[in-house]
Write a protein that binds this ligand. Structure first.
Ligand code: ATP
Ligand code: MG
Length: 401
């Protein structure tokens, strides 16, 4: 027996009134977009959720697409039955027998919307639960904390039954939070930061700094692959590729000491802000996590962050590496990130980068580098921009929240 419909629950229950309606409308439009290839679907919006008739579409195929819709809290495969006791009992038993994991405990929760149905919900709990029990070995009822809750809705024309609940991506629908620029390296962290930002409703463009020919063409390809994997959540993503080679070699020509990385990062942020402003984006998103490396101590973050005025959003700041890796795996960026191609920042790395840079010293060094503002302008002007469109061959994702 295959599910003939599904129940989609829309997230962010804290929203009320007009905001709630706006939220639901925009999640529904993202859902329709994600499922547009399934032409047989019929959507019936209900309060806080959407009931979808599948027609000839497969639930499993639709579920893969739904995993990528932000604002969707959870969803369930569901089965309809005629409004007759025996049919409902049989359907309930079939659902329980075909669960992916057989539970030890369950309960039945019946909701009677159709008041002309002869048995009330209490009686139906008993009639359906009892029927399943007597046909199943090793299953018991636990009304307080069951492993599986089998829900039965007695609607006007039919009964609707479902037991499995899949977690959706949650968050806010794409684009409802504004637009930002993601600083995307080839590492593990920044793609995760990007995903978390998108999950909060931000639409992203990405910027990547490379030191070609010191870094290889393949390192650039890797970042394109990461952007492609992220584009699965947005359909397409604009990627700005910046050559950082001249800036690195010029700075290195006059300064090689322990503030080198800080100087590079400041140049990077300045370029990113200029590109963001040119593209009409209102924040930078980066993958820093407090204390991870020398450039991510509080004094370093302070010395780097102050060169821009746009807000810098750093979703990983307080997260453990383990948690970041878990998300990277679930969104499919991890296997790409661990490919062994070098990042531009590893070029000319001093033996002990400063963890406590002095801002006055940095500003003095920068003021002696008269070439710097010109090179920054040049890097912005010469940015190469490509649009990356999602392809289904991008690595499959598992569901996360
Ligand atoms: P990641 O895993 O994202 O590379 P990281 O732990 O290696 O992060 P850093 O190398 O200090 O940390 O970089 C901090 C952040 O700066 C990155 O998360 C990213 O947002 C940005 N960044 C670093 N290198 C680049 C680059 N080559 N192009 C674009 N952004 C970069
Ligand atoms: Mg890195």
């Amino acid at each position: 027996m295959k599910p003939d419909c599904m129940i989609l629950r829309l997230g962010e229950l804290t929203l009320k009134g007009r905001n709630r309606r706006k939220f639901e409308k925009s999640v529904l439009s993202q859902i329709r977009k994600a499922l547009s290839e399934f032409t047989s679907l019929r959507y019936i919006p209900e309060y806080g959720r959407v009931y979808v008739e599948l027609g000839d579409a497969s639930y499993e195929d639709a579920a893969i697409k739904l995993q990528k819709v932000f604002g969707l809290a959870s969803f369930s495969p569901a089965f309809t039955a005629p409004l007759e006791l025996e049919a409902i009992q049989e359907t309930a038993l079939t659902i329980m027998k075909h669960l992916r994991k057989q539970p030890a405990t369950f309960k039945v929760s019946v909701r009677r919307v159709n008041k002309s149905f002869p048995y009330d919900s209490q009686k139906m709990n008993y009639l359906v639960g009892g029927y399943v029990l007597q046909a199943s070995h090793g299953l018991t009822v636990d009304v307080h904390d069951p492993e599986v809750e089998l829900r039965v809705e007695l609607r006007e024309e039919k009964a609707l039954l479902y037991a499995e609940v899949e977690e959706g991506a949650g968050g806010f629908p794409l684009g409802t939070g504004g637009r930002a620029l993601l600083l995307l390296s080839g590492g593990i962290d920044s793609p995760v930061a990007g995903w978390l930002a998108m999950r909060k409703g931000l639409e992203l463009e990405a910027i990547h700094f490379h030191s070609y020919p010191y870094t290889s063409e393949r390192a650039k390809e890797k970042v394109i692959d990461l952007a492609r994997q992220l584009s699965g959540y947005t359909h397409s993503i604009k990627l700005h590729l910046v050559s950082f080679t001249d800036i690195q070699t010029s700075i290195h020509g006059v300064y090689k000491d322990n503030l080198f990385v800080t100087l590079l990062r400041r140049a990077m942020y300045r370029i990113a802000e200029k590109v963001a402003e040119r593209e009409g984006l209102s924040a930078l998103v980066t993958g820093e996590s407090l204390g991870q490396v020398a450039s991510q101590t509080l004094p370093s973050l302070n010395a780097i962050g102050r060169v821009v005025t746009l807000p810098i959003l750093q979703p990983l700041m307080m997260m453990d590496k383990k948690e970041i890796v878990r998300i990277a795996e679930s969104i499919g960026t991890f296997p790409i990130s661990i490919l062994p191609y070098e990042d531009c920042c590893t070029l000319f790395l001093p033996p002990s980068p400063s963890t406590n840079p002095n801002i006055r010293v940095i500003e003095k060094i920068e003021s002696s580098m008269e070439f710097l503002p010109g090179l920054i302008e040049q890097a912005v002007m010469q940015t190469e921009t490509i649009r990356i469109v999602y392809e289904d061959k991008a690595i499959a994702t598992q569901h996360l929240f």
